[in-house]
Design a protein around this ligand. Structure first.
Ligand SMILES: [Zn+2]
Length: 142
């Protein structure tokens, strides 16, 4: 089985355009940027899903995301906003099964947005919300 591409990048075996690195995290340019300055943050340690990553690393992932957003806003790119997107699982659109957080700088009229399903505009009833919430609550307790 071939090595995970992000593990290979983290080990320096595959090329990447690095932005920032510390003991646990690596930030590099996405090779198919949605907007200029589109970054990927990965934990150096392999984990397929965010739910498999240790809590400390989840926290660190988002601390690094904040640092990168600050850099993007201060940079000459002059981005006006940032989207953080993490596809966790096939149905969520994950294509590389090593946790990665997209940090996508946003510019006025850049043409990017998420595609919403047709029923999105309709507000759900409180009863329906409660029914769905009841299925989740039990599993969200510590
Ligand atoms: Zn990996």
């Amino acid at each position: 089985m071939s090595e995970c591409i992000f593990c290979s990048i983290a080990r320096g075996k595959s090329q990447s355009t690095k932005i920032y690195e510390n003991r646990n995290m690596l930030v590099f340019m996405d090779t198919k940027p949605i907007t200029p300055g589109h970054l990927l943050i990965i934990p150096k340690k392999h984990a397929e899903l965010l739910t498999e990553l240790e809590d400390e690393l989840v926290g660190e992932l988002f601390r690094v995301a904040k640092k990168m957003a600050t850099a993007l806003k201060k940079s000459k790119l002059k981005c006006r906003g940032v989207n953080y997107i993490l596809a966790d699982g096939t149905e969520a659109g994950q294509e590389i099964f090593h946790v990665h957080l997209h940090v996508i700088p946003r510019y006025r009229s850049d043409g990017f947005w998420l595609h919403m399903p047709p029923k999105y505009e309709n507000e759900t009833s409180r009863e329906d919300l409660e029914q769905v919430a009841a299925k989740i609550r039990f599993y969200s307790e510590d």
